[in-house]
Each structure stands twice: as C-alpha cells, then as structure tokens.
Design a protein around this ligand. Structure first.
Ligand code: WTA
Length: 650
C-alpha cells in the first residue's frame, strides 16, 4: 500500500515511572490517567466544565463546544481575561510575593519580578497601550529580545483585549515587515537591541527599516536594554521608561468573550507566505493551564525553566501563559546557551535551583556534542523533571538526556504538539506513564489522536501513516489570519473529517505514538516509503555522530536515493572509511535498503531559528539545484555556502 509509511525502528526499552515521584504526582497511575482520559472523551461537556472552573470567568460559559466544522468555538458565552488569570487571581493568595519571573541577562545580571510586581508592570503598560490609542481587537507587534518586558507587553495586550503578534527577535527587516503588514498592526513594541553571544543584536534599527513600508503602524514603544544609540522618531517612537512614568498602575482588565482573539503567531510553511495562526482566549487558556499542570506535574514550590524563546509557540504557551496561569516561578534567560561557555544553562539551573527543565532535541544534541563535562561541573540535583519538544527525539539523545542531565532519576516527557494545536497534545504524564525513549507516548485529556491512511482508515499497529486529530480541542487554532480558505485547505482537506497534522507517525501495540517526521519529507526508496526520523535516528545511534539529516534525491533506478548529511562528534575524522562504517551501521540497524547512498559530512546543518532542520534546503542541495523559496527562517545563511562546498568534495 503506497500511502503508508514503513516503520523500521524497533526500540524496546521501557522506563516505568519512579514510585517516589508517582506518590506525590497529580496523576499517580495509568488507571487514574485512563479514567480521566475516558471521561474527557465520553463526556467532554462534564470534563471541560469541571476543568474550566479552575480559572476565573467573569461570566461562566454557556456552551462548552459549538461546532461548525471545520470551525469550533469553545466555552461560548463565557467571558474572561487571561492576564487576570495569570496575575490578579494570585494576588489575594500566598503567591502575591512569590517570584513570577526569575530573569537572567546574558551578561549575568538577574532580576526578580514577584506576582505583585509583574501585575503592576502589566497594568502600567496596559495604560501606555491605551494611551497610545490601542483598543480591543487591535493588533500589536512585539519584536524584542528575551527580557521580562516581552511578557509584560503580551500580558498588557491580553489585559485590554488587544491581539499580540510576537515576531522572533532574530528575524530580519523583510520578515518583520511582512508580518506587521499581514497583521495590520498599529503599534510595535521593541528594544534598542538584545545581548547574544556577547554581542549586541540591533532590534530598533530593524524595526526602522521595516516601518518604511508599514502604513498601519502609528507608534512604537522602545524598551532600553543595551543603551546603544538609536534613531527615535518624534511623535512615532516612545521610550518605555518615559511613557511608563506618565501612567498609573491601575488598569482594570477587560472581560472578553472566550472566542476573543488572543494572539496571532506566524509559522512558516516550508514554502511561501507565512501563516498567521490565530488563537483565542478561553480555550487556549484552559488547555495551556491544564497541560502545564499535568504534563510538568507542577507543584507550588517548583522552579520551572523552559529554554524556548518567547517568539515561538513554546514560549507563548510554556514560558508565559501556562506557567503564569498556574502561579509558577518561571526562569527566563536572555542569551545563548553556550555563552560564555557550554556550561551556562547548567550553572543557571544550579544558581536558581531549577526543578523542571524543558528544551528541544536540537539543543540536547548540541549538549551532547559539547560534552558531558559541562553538566557534570554543575550541581543539578534540584532537577526533578525533564521535557523535550520540537522534533522527534532520537532514542540516543533521549537516553543521554535522561542519564546525564537527569542523573537517571528524572522522568523525561517528550511532548508532541504544534503552533496550531496551541498546547501539548501527546505526552507522558510523569507520575503515570511508562516511557519509551523516542515515543511521545499517549494523548492528553480530550485529545483523540489516530494514525490513518490517506483514505482515512485506521492503520494497523506499527503501520506508519498520517497523524490526525479526530475532534476539536480547546486550544486549536481558529483560522489563518485573513485567509480562512487556507485554514480549511491546509488542515482539513487532505483527509476528510479530521484535523491533519502534517506529521507521519505509527502507533505501537500499547497505543504509544512514535513520530516519524513531516510527511512532506517522506522518502520513497525502491518502493519503500520511509520517514526521515528513523534513518536519522539510526545514524545518531552511532557513537561518532552528533546530528544527521536524511533527504531523498531523484534516482532513475530506485525512485529516490538517500543522501545523509552528518555532523560528527568532536575528534572523529571525516574519512571515506567513516562514511562506509556509517552506511553499514544503518544497514545493520534498519536493513540494506535503507543504507544511505551518499554520506556528506558537514559542521552544521541548516536549521530554522527555532532549531528544526530545514530538509527542504538539503533536498535542493542534494539534488544539485538552486535553493528556492523562503529562506528568511534560516538561522545562518552561511550554512548554505558551506554545504554547497561540501558537495564538491563528495
Ligand atoms: C514537530 C512546536 C516529534 C512536528 C511546539 C510538529 C515533534 C512540529 C515534537 C510543530 C515531538 C514537535 N516529537 N515531533 N515531541 N514536537 N514536533 O509549530 O513535526 O514549531 O508538527 O510547534 O514540530 O512545530 P511548531
């Protein structure tokens, strides 16, 4: 059957939850998970009514779910405010003087904002926005580095019902301009610059360059971070520290409808125009609150550190809204993970006593490459839970993370989700779910996930297919901003009646989900359809390999031949013998047909700024063609030149 994906990887290790951990966990057993999950599926009305009650509503929801496929509205009739739930709700409790944000700048300074202080800053900035003419429903673009004020700006928008669109601070002027224009933002919040790897990254100059072609923007507010000289246009540009002085700290939150838009976040399709994913207030609030609480098994005394930049969905949901709505203490770090040296994050964990650490596989593979000596130098005994998100994590990286960072003592939660899903969808619950390295395990409450064939029929156990979600969930995207047709076509057209994730996956005999990569990247070799993740995983399981990406290139005989781009761990020579050894290793792990035809060594792989390997570019390079399409999301353009050069030596 040509539409399925063959699954090759056999991973048999299982790690049951630690008894001691389970005893204190919110969800303590598989029975408890199963009972709640069954309830969430069989009686969603009752389940979500109960869950929503943990949060504050000015008016309670009338209808839990109103469907108009493929659209869905949640908590209809309810009014709430997410900033209220992240801040005001905690003020009459012991959380009032608890640290909300523990911030560390790259140069080394720290700032602590308690819930009381954060509330105050948010109220003041809400007043600034109101004063500059921002009204409910207006779009505000936020283009800043990782300073606490980025969270303040987002929460201030939420407080007054304005819709934020955060643009990652690494984007260049063109990308900033396109996003501002697509969203028709009236105000931009930015910084003079940001510190990264000991350098100043200019931000305001980028905004200046963009604003030449942004007719909707009337004002900017500039937070001074680096103190560099910047251009300030009178009447248009305002310094944060000046405008904040002219307002009071009293700003009543605006109760908004549950379906009031909260933010737009642009996600690059692999080609073409970025998509403005729209999330609304009530459903997003409930899902991020609930997943943070259960997936990270959050306790009042935790110190939680998610390394994602707030410019990505992970930063929105699991640096800002999820943890703060739970009243957690969030560690926020401004700079590069290897500045001044590769021990930075571990020093940070030690210094702040981090208990929960959430990062991406790309970062974990970098930690592996930098070497165990760095985490070994720090006292990581405060850690009690590790998480990962963003890509399939290969079992080797999972094992390393568990052993070296977690000291073989912390559960690892591999969380699968997307910008579009808003919140974690498939993940272990650390006190209940036995984990298997490389598997995101089981669906979260209310999530009906399935692996299907192209015609929508269910795949057999271990048969690779398309990952779909069979019913709406509270934090699902509502539309693509300004392009509802694209929303329908992109997610609901390929497979009738369900949400199509774009990911390949298989489900094993225990019902566990194993992600196999984007289906756009699926390889077709001699009639075998193979996911990229498994072959890459086989490569990375070799002791010399730090990272690998596999793509297909047209081949008359085989349909596609396999080209593997491989980064070696330090100290391993890039020789023809090494290539041969790796090819044989894959043949032994998976089978001869999956043996890469070409192996190319490279120091770096092209990645998006959020750390995903851009296989589309590698495909073009492997095929010898010019790189086409959007490269604005590429982290480092010089990587392309280096890869082309490596071609000549092939
Ligand atoms: C991939 C990030 C395997 C997947 C929150 C998805 C994963 C895309 C995992 C969304 C995981 C994310 N295992 N693959 N645990 N988490 N992905 O929008 O391909 O930046 O569709 O959201 O990342 O990326 P996005």
């Amino acid at each position: 059957m040509t539409v399925s994906i063959e699954s090759l990887l056999k991973e048999t290790r299982v790690f049951p939850p630690d008894e001691e951990f389970s005893t204190h966990a919110h969800i303590r057993s598989m029975e408890q998970y199963q009972a709640l999950y069954d309830k969430s599926i069989q009686d969603p009305e009752a389940f979500w009514t109960e869950m929503a009650q943990a949060l504050h509503w000015f008016a309670p929801p009338r209808d839990i779910l109103v469907e108009d496929p493929p659209h869905a509205r949640w908590f209809v009739g309810g009014t709430t405010n997410l900033a209220y739930n992240c801040l005001d709700r905690h003020l009459p409790t012991l959380r009032r003087n608890k640290a909300a944000i523990l911030w560390e700048g790259e140069p080394g300074e720290t700032r602590i904002l308690t819930y009381h202080q954060l509330h105050r800053e948010v109220c003041r900035f809400a007043n600034v926005l109101r004063k500059l003419g921002v009204r409910a429903g207006d779009r505000v673009a936020i283009y800043m580095g990782m300073v606490p004020e980025i969270a303040v700006a987002m929460l201030a928008c939420a407080r007054i019902g304005a819709v934020h669109t955060v643009i990652f601070g690494g984007f260049a002027a063109e990308a900033v301009r396109d996003r501002i224009n697509d969203a028709k933002a009236s105000l931009v919040v930015t910084c003079d610059g940001a510190f990264r790897r000991g350098q100043v990254i200019p931000l305001k100059p980028v905004v200046d360059a963009a604003l030449g072609q942004c007719p909707t923007v009337r004002h900017t507010v500039v937070f001074r971070r680096t103190g560099d000289r910047i251009n300030m246009e009178p009447g248009r540009d305002h310094y944060w520290h000046e405008v904040i002085e002219a307002v009071t700290a009293s700003a009543p939150p605006l109760p908004v409808e549950a379906e009031h838009p909260l933010f737009i976040l642009y996600t690059s399709g692999t080609t073409g125009k970025p998509k403005g994913v729209v999330h609304t207030t009530g459903g997003y609030m409930v899902s991020t609150y609930l997943t943070t609480k259960y997936v990270f098994d959050l306790r009042e005394t935790d110190t939680y550190f998610c390394t994602a930049d707030v410019g990505w969905i992970t930063g929105h949901s699991y640096v800002v809204y999820g943890p703060l709505s739970n009243g957690a203490t969030v560690v926020m770090y401004e700079g590069a993970p290897n500045f001044p040296d590769a021990g930075r994050l571990w020093q940070l964990c030690e210094r702040h006593g981090v208990t929960i650490f959430y990062t991406a596989p790309t970062a974990i593979r970098a930690f592996m490459r930098w070497g165990e000596q760095w985490p070994m130098k720090a006292d990581l005994s405060s850690l009690r839970l590790l998480g990962t998100v963003g890509e399939p994590i290969n079992p080797e990286a999972w094992m390393w993370y568990q052993r070296v960072i977690g000291n073989a003592r912390c559960p690892v939660v591999d969380t699968w989700w997307q910008t579009e899903t808003g919140a974690i969808m498939i993940s272990p619950l650390p006190g209940a779910t036995p984990t298997k390295p490389g598997s995101a395990t089981l669906p979260f409450f209310g999530i009906e996930a399935e692996v299907v064939r192209k015609d929508g029929t269910r795949c057999e156990d271990n048969e690779g297919g398309f990952l779909v979600i069979k019913r709406p969930w509270p934090s699902m995207l509502r539309t693509i901003f300004g392009d509802d047709e694209r929303f329908k076509k992109q997610y609901f057209a390929d497979i009738p009646g369900v949400y199509f994730t774009g990911d390949g996956a298989r489900r094993d005999e225990d019902g566990y989900f194993w992600l196999m990569g984007r289906v756009d990247d699926v390889l077709n070799v001699s009639g075998h359809r193979l996911g990229t993740a498994e072959i890459e995983s086989a490569l990375v399981s070799h002791r010399t390999v730090a990272e690998a990406a596999v793509v297909g290139r047209p081949d008359e005989l085989k349909g596609q031949s396999l080209v593997a781009f491989v980064t070696l761990r330090p100290g391993n020579p890039a020789t023809p013998a090494a290539k041969h050894e790796l090819a044989e290793h894959v043949a032994a792990e998976i089978g001869r047909f999956a043996r890469p035809d070409v192996i190319r060594f490279t120091d770096v792989l092209p990645k998006t700024r959020s750390g995903k390997i851009m296989r589309r570019l590698l495909k073009e390079i492997a095929g010898g063609s010019e790189t086409k399409g959007d490269v604005t999301t590429l982290e480092d353009l010089s990587v392309l030149a280096a890869l082309r050069a490596s071609q000549e030596e092939e």
